[in-house]
Design a protein around this ligand. Structure first.
Ligand code: IMP
Ligand code: MG
Length: 178
């Protein structure tokens, strides 16, 4: 296959080994905190699919899973303040111990929206588990209960994260020059 000239340059930021170590630690913490209970993990699509798949294999809890897909208006890499639900939940949230599984928190708009959306549905508890956070980019405050990595203000791809739908399948998390 021909390489496109416009392929952005990538540099590995977190290797697949580092990611595995971090996801195992998050799973261990969740296992301790939810011992004897059956939390509902709500994965925010599409970016968190790989994180979720690894996390639930390591977590050793009787978790239940649901998915929500949200979208910011527009295709830009900078998410605007307007978020909407593209694909809603299939399980009731009321009375459940919910853990939101997010790939990345950038400005915070998406996660703040998802947390608000779920809180309105009256879960028994609501926690947030995030693989990667870019705190210097935050506009809306987001309280992260379980955090994997803190990343610099760079655009990241891989391990679920995309640039225009590409690179989600990379096993490492890389930065790209836009
Ligand atoms: P927000 O700015 O915190 O609302 O992030 C919105 C969404 O933008 C995230 O859920 C990701 O889907 C996407 N996003 C933010 N930063 C990155 C990045 O560095 N790489 C890939 N996607 C990102
Ligand atoms: Mg996302």
């Amino acid at each position: 296959m021909e390489e496109e000239d416009s392929e952005p340059e990538r540099k590995v930021l977190f290797t697949s080994r580092q990611i595995e170590g971090t996801v195992r630690k998050l799973a261990e913490k969740l296992k301790q905190d939810y011992q004897g209970r059956c939390p509902l993990f709500v994965s925010v699509l599409k970016g968190s699919f790989m994180f979720l798949a690894d996390l639930v294999r390591f977590v050793e809890l009787p978790v239940e899973l649901d998915f929500i897909r949200v979208s910011s208006y527009g295709q830009s890499t900078l998410s605007g303040g307007k978020v909407r639900v593209v694909h809603g939940l299939s399980l009731p949230v009321a009375g459940r111990e919910v853990v939101v599984i997010e790939d990345i928190v950038d400005t915070g708009y998406t996660t703040a929206f998802v947390i608000d959306y779920l809180r309105k549905r009256k879960p028994a508890s609501l926690k947030l588990c995030v693989l990667t956070s870019k705190p210097t980019r935050r506009i809306l405050p987001v309280n992260i209960d379980y955090l994997g990595f803190t990343a610099p203000d760079k655009f990241l791809v891989g391990y679920g994260l995309d640039y225009a739908e590409k690179f989600r399948n990379l096993p490492d998390i890389c930065t790209i020059e836009e």
